[in-house]
Design a protein around this ligand. Structure first.
Ligand SMILES: Cc1cc2nc3c(=O)[nH]c(=O)nc-3n(C[C@H](O)[C@H](O)[C@H](O)COP(=O)(O)OP(=O)(O)OC[C@H]3O[C@@H](n4cnc5c(N)ncnc54)[C@H](O)[C@@H]3O)c2cc1C
Length: 462
């Protein structure tokens, strides 16, 4: 008789958990996965997928405007929030069903319950009145929105979790935060017709992205009619008798709206796991501490994805899960390499980036060359739009390697996925330049950038 009920018990059926459970089962392990909410996790249920559908929905308004510039007569337009939500929910249910079916096909037992540790090898299934044991355990519980503590009236605000299920499209929205989720939702609401103010306490949106990208996108958001309130923060939120919300901000500013959405950060979802019982320790950021093999402080317990707060993206959770299975079930110790991960902000216009920002490159490599272009793309310029695309390449002067690519503009994320291959492969600027341009495209600019760009503040020094 086996000493444990399972070889592997996975907590959380999100991006990382599902992939690890399926692969481990495929390699012969007896696997169970516990899910407290819906199979698919954040990405499928209330993250990447529904968000991208909302981006698509919200982009049509502008497409109608562009069409007129091309000679189309566009009739009366209206958007029905409820119709969209119903379609979106059906699609999410379909995808969640596929994830469930794939688990079953791989022979994974799905347990619909919240799980917590009873001891290092024993899991308690909350609400089911039973415990199970496993030789190894993988924690893949993801993250969740974090609201500021002690802010008066914060209970009137929503997070991205609720933004996917609002009863009606708000006429006026205050979105709080400067990260990618805040920026994306500001654009979604604006595109669907809401009046949007983005409130952020920092001096500019998208901390961590290249400075030129941050400045450029800020200008484009304003051009699209989003109001940016930078350098201010909420003192309290008041709900008036008529249901309207008043955001009382620093500097005595007041903003009235129908909805206030906070996207000021996410935290690893470790609450209730009873990690002490398993000897699993957290790091200084409150995430599960892991080594390069995703092994926790308890040698038989591993953790992948957002709960480890390394790079919080779906493909990263998946790759960490795959590396875990390679290491533990295939006997091939594998460290996932977190360098050069392509990222996108599905703002409107969107951002795509891979590799180092200019300031990171200058710090790490010393001498770098920068190639930068800002231009009006043919498609929108023809229709009379002022929108500008930004493309920027960062090159290590010593090796001539392209170490960073940054784009703000339509198709930026699609282009970056391929540019990431070249960056990861360490191709040089000369090799990029040897590549023949594909004309007429926006991305041809990336292989025709010849003139070095010197930022105004460095011009005197060069
Ligand atoms: C609004 C939004 C937009 C996003 N957009 C993108 C994007 O465009 N691209 C991208 O790559 N990433 C995006 N992300 C991030 C992406 O969703 C996450 O990085 C990814 O889902 C992490 O996967 P995971 O497996 O770590 O956790 P998750 O997918 O969060 O899965 C964790 C699962 O564990 C379950 N769980 C938690 N605790 C327990 C417990 N005790 N017992 C049982 N089950 C439990 C949860 O219910 C959940 O289903 C977005 C996130 C958000 C919030």
């Amino acid at each position: 008789m086996a000493a444990y009920d399972y070889d592997l018990f996975v907590i959380g059926a999100g991006s990382g958990g599902v992939r690890a459970a399926r692969l481990a089962a495929t390699w012969g392990a007896r696997v169970a996965v516990a899910e407290a909410y819906r199979v698919g996790g954040t990405c499928v249920i209330r993250g990447c997928v529904p968000k991208k559908l909302m981006v698509f929905a919200s982009a049509f308004g502008r497409e109608f405007e562009l069409a007129q510039g091309y000679g189309w007569t566009v009739g009366e337009r209206s958007f029905d929030w409820k119709t969209f939500l119903n379609h979106k929910d059906l699609e999410i249910a379909r995808l969640s069903g596929i994830y469930t079916a794939n688990l079953e096909k791989a022979g994974v037992e799905l347990i619909r319950a919240r799980a917590r540790f009873a001891d290092p090898h024993t899991i308690e299934l909350i609400g089911q009145g039973r415990q199970v044991t496993a030789e190894r355990i993988l924690i893949a519980t993801g993250g969740r929105p974090k609201l500021p503590e002690g802010l008066d009236g914060i209970e009137h605000a929503i997070t991205s979790d609720q933004a996917f299920h609002l009863d009606a499209l708000p006429e006026r929205v205050v979105v709080v935060g400067g990260g990618y989720i805040a920026v994306e939702f500001a654009c979604i609401f604006k595109g669907l017709g809401s009046d949007v103010t983005l409130v952020y306490r920092g001096a500019n949106i998208l901390r961590g992205f290249d400075e030129d990208v941050r400045a450029h996108l800020g200008e484009e958001l304003v051009r699209r009619g989003i109001k940016l309130a930078l350098g201010v923060q909420h003192a309290r939120i008041e709900r008036r008798d008529d249901g309207r919300l008043v955001s009382h901000l620093s500097e005595g500013l007041k903003l009235e709206s129908d909805q206030v959405m906070f996207a000021t950060g996410r935290e690893p979802y470790v609450e209730g796991l009873n990690l002490e019982a398993a000897g699993v320790q957290l790091n200084e950021r409150g995430a599960i501490a892991v080594d390069a093999f995703s092994q926790t402080t308890a040698p038989h317990i591993f953790a992948v994805g957002d709960v480890t707060d390394r790079v919080n993206l779906t493909p990263v959770a998946i790759r960490e899960a795959m590396a875990f299975v390679e290491t533990v079930y295939r006997g091939r110790p594998t460290k996932y390499d977190h360098a050069d991960i392509p990222t996108a902000v599905f703002s409107q216009p969107p951002v795509g980036a891979v590799g180092l920002t200019e300031s990171e490159a200058r710090k790490r490599l010393g001498a770098v060359d920068v190639y930068l272009t800002r231009f009006r793309a043919m498609r929108t310029m023809f229709a009379g739009q002022e929108e500008r695309t930004l493309m920027k390449l960062i090159v290590d002067r010593g090796s001539d390697r392209v170490v960073g690519v940054h784009i703000v503009g339509t198709e930026g994320p699609e282009v970056i996925q391929l540019a990431a291959i070249a960056v990861k492969a360490g191709l040089t600027k000369a090799q990029w330049d040897e590549t023949t341009a594909l004309h007429p495209t926006v991305s041809e600019e990336l292989v025709t950038l010849r003139e070095k760009y010197v930022p105004p503040e460095l011009q005197a020094a060069e």
